[in-house]
Write a protein that binds this ligand. Structure first.
Ligand SMILES: C[S@@+](CC[C@H](N)C(=O)[O-])C[C@H]1O[C@@H](n2cnc3c(N)ncnc32)[C@H](O)[C@@H]1O
Length: 274
């Protein structure tokens, strides 16, 4: 069957370059079908007849909004509550007890969820912080949650999840930190929301915050970046973390041959050493 829109080599290269330069995301030749599927919807929405017209639009000043839509369409936003749950056990049992001692003066903790997608990761962090049995009452605790994709940030801010998505949340947390409606949809409670600041941020661009962060979660994000982009990013993470701060990465990611500024202290859990 003939495809609705033909994707010529030249157009694929233009789109890949734009995505790489803007977001750091590498689109190899194997991603042609993926691009075709994701962007075919954009062409239909815009009433365009081929990818050539789409590329022409992207190159003009009037294409600014569409460049944003393109990036939003290309990002992979898969996530879930308590994903890779050993990370949250480690946060609860190892990191928070250490921070209660080391940060006793000024009683301040800063955590960054970088590449937070639709918010499940920062809300999980907030549940752990709130549920922590340590004396954190009266502490200044903030979780910064950022993503490049403006659509997912809006969904994260709304904090509404359907019944299927909240299944991975242990019962005690579900009962305590969300209001579940008769349709099974859950709304995150204020005591979680007030800990989190959501923002749209491209990790490749400037960072308006000064840090230092005690902990950074950057999980299942750099998997789409080339090694040089990863090197630059992890170097910046080391700079914005406190000297012995923690970094969590995704299950299929590694810092081996990328940076020597972190020491492996657990399964995909690192600590800054330089
Ligand atoms: C697969 S999700 C991971 C979500 C969550 N961290 C987790 O592990 O469940 C990857 C997220 O990284 C974001 N992302 C990709 N490139 C980015 C960039 N250059 N700057 C900021 N976020 C980016 C995507 O928009 C996407 O929401």
């Amino acid at each position: 069957m003939q495809e609705e829109f033909a994707l010529e080599d030249g157009d694929f290269r233009k789109i890949s370059k734009l995505v790489l330069d803007t977001a750091g995301i590498v689109l190899s030749d194997k991603k042609r079908a993926f691009i075709h599927g994701r962007l075919g919807r954009r062409l239909r929405a815009l009433g365009l007849s081929d990818f050539g017209e789409y590329c022409n639009l992207l190159e003009t000043n009037a294409g600014e909004d569409e460049r944003l839509n393109l990036i939003n369409a290309i990002t992979t936003n898969h996530t879930s509550f308590f994903r890779e749950s050993h990370h949250f056990d480690y946060l609860n049992k190892v990191i928070l007890p250490k921070l209660v001692q080391s940060n006793a003066d000024p009683r301040r903790i800063r955590i960054w969820s970088a590449g937070c997608s639709t918010g499940e990761e920062p809300y999980t962090i907030a549940m752990i912080v709130r549920g922590c049995l340590l004396p954190l009452h009266g502490w200044d605790i903030k979780i910064l949650a950022t993503d490049l994709d403006t659509n997912v940030v809006s969904r994260a801010v709304a904090g509404v999840y359907d019944a299927e998505r909240i299944e991975s949340i242990p019962d005690t947390y579900r009962k305590r930190y969300m209001t579940v409606g008769s349709d099974g949809c859950a709304v995150m409670k204020d005591e979680l929301c007030e800990l989190i600041t959501f923002a749209n941020l491209n990790l490749l661009g400037g960072w308006p915050m000064s840090g230092p962060f005690d902990v950074i979660f950057c999980r299942n994000v750099v998997i789409y970046f080339d090694k040089d982009t990863q090197r630059r990013l992890f170097d910046r993470y080391a700079e914005i973390l406190r000297p012995d701060g923690w970094l969590f990465i995704g299950h299929s990611e590694s810092l081996l041959n990328v940076t020597d500024r972190f020491d492996l202290v657990g399964r995909t859990i690192y600590r800054r050493i330089k």
